[in-house]
Write a protein that binds this ligand. Structure first.
Ligand code: ATP
Ligand code: MG
Length: 408
């Protein structure tokens, strides 16, 4: 979701949400549906509805092209599946949607004991024998039986069918959920990343390099509901080369979490011409330049924070004094989600997110990033003088004119 369209999307979410809001729903016996739970959103007091509507809109947009329709039912969403529904592709999209805490593929039936037992029997007959836990939950209390009774009936049934029953050591779980009008039976539930729906925490500029760390920082920003606009400083001589680089591959992977991305490709040559004489200060000067460019783009785009993939002490340039010096003069918050992570931790996160393999591909870096013997301790006053001498402000303005905004 891009910010410029966010007002339109908010109205769209609102209409979509109310049009699909259902309390009682009808299901055919054995109908397969996906139930989506949204965990943390419940904690958000008066804003709760805003978060739920945003999540509803994000999932609906992700489902465009799938044979599935999203509806709201009490405190959860239900994805009604058509005959051509591709569970692999739908599951992958749900896995990439922040704000969902878990989802389960379930079978619906009426809520009589007979119907529940019959359906549980069918689900179990299609399941390989394993160690099994039964959990039953009844949200509607005015039924002639309680959840303990359902549990013990299904426990006995599964045991008779050859499952090893245990509530402590089990490899799978059969879950029975009984509401006022229906019951739902599922095998296992899939935990997802949780977090907040993208777009609910405003827009942030992500300084994205071709490395391992910044894509992980972008992931954390999105996880907390930030809608990303990426800024990439490149050393190529033209936009086409920059666009055809691995940056686009990394962005495509990250786009799965935000359903599309906006990126500014920013050339480095104007900076490099200006910074030639800055010696050991070149790297920290480059960081100042990146932040200044990001701040200008933030203003234009209505973003109110900048994210980087820095982690304290990871490389020579990321010392406390360098971080302080590079940030000097930037008026919006610079957030560094990875500040306390070790490299190994970041690598395993990058693997999980799906960006690691692309981040380690060879890349033509901005020359100044490889500056020799960079300063590890920079005095703010000294850097301020150098910025003046090299006319960094002029370089930023000229560079912005030479930059390109691309939507993926
Ligand atoms: P990364 O793996 O993200 O490149 P790094 O450990 O290599 O990080 P640096 O090269 O010092 O560390 O970069 C620190 C941060 O500065 C990056 O995480 C990113 O946010 C930003 N950055 C670095 N290079 C670029 C670039 N070419 N374009 C945009 N941002 C960049
Ligand atoms: Mg790097």
């Amino acid at each position: 979701m891009h910010r410029n369209n966010s007002v339109i999307w908010m109205h769209y979410d609102y209409i979509l949400f109310w049009a699909n809001r259902k309390e009682a729903m009808e299901f055919s016996h054995g109908e397969k549906v996906i139930i989506i739970h949204f965990g943390e959103l419940w904690l958000r007091g008066r804003n709760r509805n805003m978060y739920i509507k945003a999540l509803f809109g994000n999932i609906s947009r992700a489902m465009v092209g799938e044979d599935a329709r999203l509806e709201k039912m009490y405190d959860r969403f239900v994805l009604r599946l058509g005959r051509k529904a591709d569970l692999g592709s739908i599951g992958d999209k749900l896995d990439h949607t922040f704000g969902i805490s878990n989802y389960e593929i379930t079978y619906a039936s009426s809520n009589s004991m007979d119907a529940i037992e019959k359906l549980a029997g069918k689900v179990l007959s299609e399941t390989e024998k394993c160690s099994l836990k039964v959990s039953a939950h009844r949200s509607f209390k005015e039924l002639p039986f309680d959840s303990a009774e359902v549990s013990s009936r299904i426990f006995a049934l599964a045991k008779k069918m050859g499952f090893t029953m245990s509530n402590k050591e089990f490899s799978r779980e059969i879950r029975i959920n009984i509401t006022k009008d229906n019951s739902f039976i599922s095998m296992d539930r899939k935990r997802t990343h949780g977090g907040l729906p993208v777009g609910t925490s405003g827009t942030g500029i992500i300084l994205l390099s071709g490395g391992i760390d910044s894509p992980v920082a972008a992931w954390y920003a999105m996880k907390r509901g930030v809608s990303p606009i990426y800024v990439h400083i490149h050393g190529y001589s033209n936009l086409e080369e920059a666009r055809n680089s691995k940056i686009t591959m990394i962005l495509k992977e990250l786009s799965k979490y935000s359903h599309g991305s906006v990126v500014y490709f920013v050339p480095s040559h104007i900076f490099e011409m200006s910074a030639m004489s800055s010696g050991k200060y070149e790297l920290v000067l480059l960081k100042s330049f990146m932040l200044a460019v990001a701040q200008k783009i933030a203003k234009k785009e209505g973003a109110n924070m900048i994210f980087t993939g820095e982690s304290l002490g990871q490389v020579a340039s990321q010392t406390p004094s360098n971080i302080a010096a590079e940030s000097y003069g930037i008026k919006i918050p610079i957030l560094r989600p990875l500040i306390g992570f070790d490299k190994q931790e970041i690598i395993s996160l990058a693997r999980r997110i799906g960006t690691y393999e692309m981040s380690i591909l060879p890349y033509k870096d901005v020359c100044s990033i490889n500056a020799r013997n960079p300063k590890t301790h920079t005095e703010i006053e000294r850097l301020r003088r150098i910025k003046k001498e090299v006319k960094l402000g002029v370089a930023v303005t000229r560079t912005l004119k030479a930059s390109a905004k691309v939507e993926l």
